[in-house]
Ligand binder design. Structure first.
Ligand code: URA
Length: 266
């Protein structure tokens, strides 16, 4: 996203939080307020510097009707200040989210589920048709395999927390777009912050890409990574394992590393 898109995105999210609709005219008003000579798409270096300084200042509260640059987080920020820090607030904001076009085609927001104090968290890509219909993560064919993987680790679904990079179904099960993930990932990051799991298992390349900004599940699976001091194990997505059964051996290898890290005997 370029600067223009980032600002538009931040303003849209801010407007959604206030329950109003933001569009490019609002953005232009914002620019008019902060840039005297009405710079449009590319702000001067001076403004870029000012914006990034403001981004690092935490600001509590809002001024009604005003758009406060200090309040708008950079796209993809770990925990945008506007996202509530408690489960009830987070759930309610997520369930009513309309920050990206996926809101228009979803049946249900798939918030995530499981033990809010889980030691182990699984993160997938995004809801499929079954998850969209039920509002629950990993309940279709891939979910049944995930249940078996969890059971093989001597755990139950209730012991772990299961979530996705995006909480609404991308039509046709396509990968979430960069903008869709950027609009949504703050909710996931807040869930991680609330749960504080000891280990996160990233299911597939899309989760790897959007949480850690690295690409290549075949390269990275089975190799410990880190997210905010939490150990992260990338492995194959169960939907991939359903198509390529011989890769299950590698996925099991990865899960055994996770068991060892959590002190679970084989
Ligand atoms: N695939 C995912 O990545 N997530 C789900 O919740 C279901 C299928």
């Amino acid at each position: 996203m370029d600067f223009y898109d980032e600002m538009l995105d931040a303003i849209s999210r801010d407007a959604a939080r206030r329950g109003v609709r933001a569009d490019e005219a609002v953005f232009q008003k914002f620019l008019d307020r902060i840039v005297p000579d009405k710079v449009s798409a590319a702000p001067p270096a001076e403004l870029r510097a000012q914006t990034s300084r403001l981004d690092s200042v935490p600001v509590a509260g809002t001024t009604a009707g005003a758009i406060d640059a200090a309040e708008t987080p950079p796209a993809g920020a770990a925990t945008p200040p506007s996202i509530p820090g408690d489960w009830a607030g987070l759930r309610s904001m997520t369930l009513s989210c309309r920050n990206c076009p996926l809101a228009g085609s979803r049946q249900n927001v798939v918030f995530g589920e499981g033990n809010e104090r889980a030691r182990l968290m699984f993160i997938g890509e995004g809801p499929g048709a079954d998850e969209d219909a039920s509002g629950r993560p990993f309940v279709g064919a891939a979910g049944q395999l995930l249940d078996k993987m969890i059971a093989a680790m001597h755990l139950a679904r209730e012991d772990v927390y299961i979530a996705n990079i995006v909480k609404c179904r991308p039509p046709g099960n396509r990968m979430p777009g960069e903008d869709e993930a950027a609009a949504c990932i703050g909710y996931l990051k807040k869930q991680i912050e609330l749960i504080q799991p000891e280990v996160i298992v990233l299911l597939g390349g899309t989760a790897l890409h959007f949480l850690l900004q690295i690409d290549g599940i075949t390269k990275y699976r089975g190799r410990w990574q880190s997210y905010n001091n939490i150990a992260v194990m990338p492995t194959f997505h169960p939907a991939f394992l359903l198509r390529k059964a011989e890769a299950k051996r590698e996925a099991w290898h990865d899960l055994k590393l996770v068991m060892a890290k959590l002190g679970i005997a084989l």
